[in-house]
Design a protein around this ligand. Structure first.
Ligand code: ADP
Ligand code: MG
Length: 599
């Protein structure tokens, strides 16, 4: 007769046979499902689960806010195809993680969240942090469940991991009552299960493939749109072949950048609006016709555009636009089917058509425009100048994490990606606050697989504020992440220090300061130096170059470069009355756009 190792005995201990605690069962079951990483914040009642996870060889990364922990775990799912786990305490801890669950499900990324909850025998009594977590989890998850006993924990965990990955990926929540954690059962009564099989690979109907190839063959102005579903399905090699074989112009959505390298001659990202507006046939590979793609509707698309839709999720097919051909299946497999069909009926879209000419002209004009802005010598710098210098110095194979409004939008056009799954941003949900969690996840993954790969996290100053304390997490685990804060003293735009001071002298800041403004010239880099990393405050291109070179050369130390830019950069300036007798510069002219708007 043996005893469970590690965990203390509790009431309900096994009478005979080898005993195992709830915490151990959870850890062993996650390990059996090949889970590598857990992110979370410990406390009552989940601390033992984190300890048990470490004991079975799962990495546990303690974070500073459950939101960031949950974003980190979800990024592991996107980057590796197997969910990361987020571990949270009951009530508020669980609620903080909802943002991460929603973000993962919106992005179609697999994720497992394990939440402690109050003891079963205190339910409805006003227990410590009591909350209807399973019910609350339903809206955000593909599956929201509580195991009915310790014995079924392995089966529930297998089901959650499988559900998170099969079909359209998403988040799954498992609720663990506090009294389960230290409770023990005989191993002999536990329903152990094997690791779930990899997601089944489904192919499209042959007739649909044939129809798609016919439509593409008749197209005068074709466009291939590559979405993050294509990146997730590791379809890069086949998509690259399709582009090369058929000579198709292609446009990546933000996180699909790099599936085919941005510097491929057929990439028309710099002519995005023209390509979308005039394409007569669109091959949609793992992207939804949602706000990111202007719903596939006029005036951003042709009324008569023929959409060939390829997706793993049947319910997605036909959303907003009636497709000309429906290819339900795994992107990689379906792309292979298309390649085989093109093998039988070769098609090479000529590179000298009017369509290509129009796209190339647009690419040239747009690139000239950003080049002009990038080379402006005036100080403070604008976004384009900052991104120009970053682009010149960062390695080609770095992982780029990006969030903010202008910082993310302009950065996306200025910073190329050459490899798949190396760009992480605010995504489908346009979530601010994901950056540091994503960067931590990417660095954890890179540490084991590709230690030479740097993670560079480019944040707006407002975006950075959402999870700035994760800098401590970065320093604690020695993750050599480079954070660049592009600081314009605000959200969209900010005020300069002089205007701010005038306002402070005038009266109540809360009633007169534009709601978009943040404290001017904040020294965010000191947050990094506070925890032992390197911080740089830069105002000029030379200072930026030097800080970048120093941070990139030092491959061991986390660093943060706080780049001051013109607080009114890229926005029309106009003087307006914002308070009696007081004049301030405010963003006027353009309506404020939602964060992460794609123009
Ligand atoms: P983007 O933000 O890049 O436009 P979306 O997140 O809107 O991309 O769309 C991704 C799509 O990819 C989703 O509709 C999802 O169902 C689909 N998808 C995810 N994995 C696969 C896969 N393996 N095969 C096919 N489609 C997939
Ligand atoms: Mg800002």
């Amino acid at each position: 007769m043996g005893m469970g190792t590690g965990m203390g005995m509790a009431s309900g201990s096994a009478a005979e046979g080898e005993a195992v605690s709830g915490a151990q069962l959870i850890a062993e079951s996650l390990k059996a499902q090949n889970i590598e990483c857990m992110f979370g914040i410990v406390g009552i009642p989940v601390t033992e689960i984190a300890i048990a996870a470490q004991a079975v060889g799962i990495k546990y990364v303690g974070m500073r806010n459950e939101q960031a922990a949950c974003y980190a775990a979800s990024a592991v799912g996107y980057l590796t195809g197997r969910p990361g786990v987020c571990l949270v305490v009951s009530g508020p801890g669980f609620l903080h993680a909802l943002g991460g669950m929603a973000n993962a499900t919106m992005n179609c990324w697999p994720l497992i969240v394990i939440g402690g909850s109050s003891d079963r025998n205190q339910e409805t009594m006003g227990a410590f942090q009591e909350f209807p977590q399973v019910e609350a989890g339903r809206l955000y998850n593909k599956l929201s469940v509580r195991p009915s006993s310790l014995e079924v924990i392995p089966a529930i965990i297998e089901k959650a991991v499988r559900t998170s990955m099969y079909g359209r990926p998403g988040s799954c929540y498992i609720d663990i009552p506090g009294d389960f954690v230290n409770l023990q059962v005989n191993k002999s009564s536990v329903k152990y299960v094997e690791c779930c099989l990899p997601p089944p690979v489904s192919k499209a109907e042959c007739s649909a493939v044939s129809k798609a190839v016919t439509i593409i063959g008749l197209s005068k102005q074709p466009l291939l749109i590559i979405g993050k579903g294509a990146a997730y399905s590791h379809a890069e090699n086949n998509i690259r072949k399709l582009v090369d074989l058929c000579g198709l112009p292609f446009l990546p959505t933000p996180m699909a950048k790099g599936v085919v390298p941005d510097n491929h001659p057929n990439c028309v990202a710099a002519a995005r609006s023209t390509a979308l507006q005039h394409a007569d046939v669109i091959i949609l590979l793992g992207a939804r016709l949602n706000w990111i793609l202007h719903f596939g509707l006029p005036p951003r698309f042709r009324q008569d555009v023929k959409v060939i839709q390829i997706d793993i999720c049947a319910e997605e097919l036909g959303n907003n636009v009636r497709p000309a051909a429906i290819l339900l299946g795994d992107i990689n497999a379906v792309t292979k089917q298309l390649l085989e069909e093109f093998g039988k009926r070769p098609l090479k879209y000529p590179s000298n058509t009017e369509w290509w000419k129009r796209l190339r002209e647009k690419i040239m004009t747009n690139e000239e425009r950003s080049k002009g802005l990038a080379l402006q010598k005036s100080l403070p710098m604008n976004y384009y100048t900052v991104f120009h210098h970053i682009r010149e110095l960062i390695p080609k194979d770095c992982i780029l994490v990006s969030e903010g409004a202008n910082t993310m939008d302009i950065g996306r056009t200025m910073l190329p990606n050459y490899y798949p799954r190396q760009r992480l941003d605010a995504g489908t949900f346009g979530t601010m606050g994901v950056g540091l969690g994503f960067a931590i996840a990417a660095a954890m993954i890179a540490k084991d697989r590709t230690p030479e790969k740097r993670v560079i996290c480019i944040e707006g100053d407002s975006a950075f504020g959402f999870s700035g304390m994760e800098v401590e997490t970065i320093c604690r685990y020695n993750l050599p992440i480079l954070i660049i804060v592009v600081n314009n003293n605000g959200i969209y735009t900010g005020l300069d220090a002089d205007t701010w001071k005038e306002m402070s002298n005038f009266g109540d800041l809360a009633t007169c300061v534009p709601p978009v403004s943040l404290l001017p010239n904040s020294h965010y880099e000191e947050i990094m130096s506070a925890f032992g990393g390197k911080g740089y405050f830069v105002k000029t291109p030379e200072e930026l170059q030097n800080a970048l070179k120093a941070s990139l050369t030092d491959k061991q130390t986390p660093s943060l470069i706080n780049v001051m830019i013109d607080p009114q950069s890229e926005r029309k300036k106009q003087v307006c009355v914002c308070f009696p007798f007081f004049f301030c510069k405010l963003h006027v002219g353009k309506p404020l756009k939602s964060s992460g708007s794609i123009t």
